[in-house]
Design a protein around this ligand. Sequence first.
Ligand code: COA
Length: 257
Amino acid sequence: RLIAKLPTIVAAWARLRRGDEYIPPRDDLPFSDNFLYMLTETVPHPLWSEVFDDCLILHAEHTMNASTFAGMVTASTLADPYTVVASSIGALKGPLHGGANEEVVMMLREIGTPAQAHAAVEARLNGKNKLMGFGHRVYKNYDPRAKIIQKACHEVLGELGIKGDPLLDLAMELEKIALNDKYFVDRKLYPNVDFYSGIIYDKMGIEVDLFTPLFAMARVSGWLAHWLEQLRENKLYRPDQIYSGEHDRHYVPIDRR
Ligand code: COA
């Protein structure tokens, strides 16, 4: 039910908030077609639904990431699956995790053109700001999902006869700069899945603040798989904590402080 209903909820919210009527799901359409239809009232061009499907599959599961772990902690309390998914959504929202592709598109829009890419990277690094869509907690090489999405971006634009896309051109330039920059090379920072997925969604006309809900719509299948796995041999999570503060402190009543 959660896998089926999240797209309906996301599409309905996207329409209702701009004053449009909610469009009920169509049982005759495949998953991606149905979502895009509920969002736009149009059955998409097969190329868009294919590339959107690819994005959902690439986001569906990724082992022990922050949102999955958050869901598993909640699952270990034997909370219901809706609450498990609510916990996962909370952890997904931050810009270091699922919120990253939204940040990428905003960063690209702020930088503007490939000609400004070099200066923008330097300014970000000097200001100790991250280049969003780069780096990964586990991958210290090119995120294989980013390669697939980057290729899909080129293919879909090529097949639709769209020559050059400002965001994609700028993203490619940033990638080129970063892959040859000592800072990124030394730290093994490569583009991750979020660097290119936002560009596809943006090209499809999907609003930037829906990117994380799209991620949730895909990842809910992974979260629920881990929920089931957790229940198989459940033990309540209760991590140890190592106290590193001062010991033997004395309590001073407030009126004597
Ligand atoms: N841009 C610039 N510098 C970055 C960076 C980025 N995107 N990601 C990491 N770094 C730097 C850190 O500042 C740190 O530098 P230092 O050694 O000089 O202090 C070094 O690389 C290691 O960073 P750290 O935060 O320890 O790496 P991590 O593996 O724990 O972090 C992320 C992984 C994903 C949290 C981090 O790379 C990041 O914030 N990326 C941007 C957000 C993003 O795209 N998230 C989606 C992930 S799929």
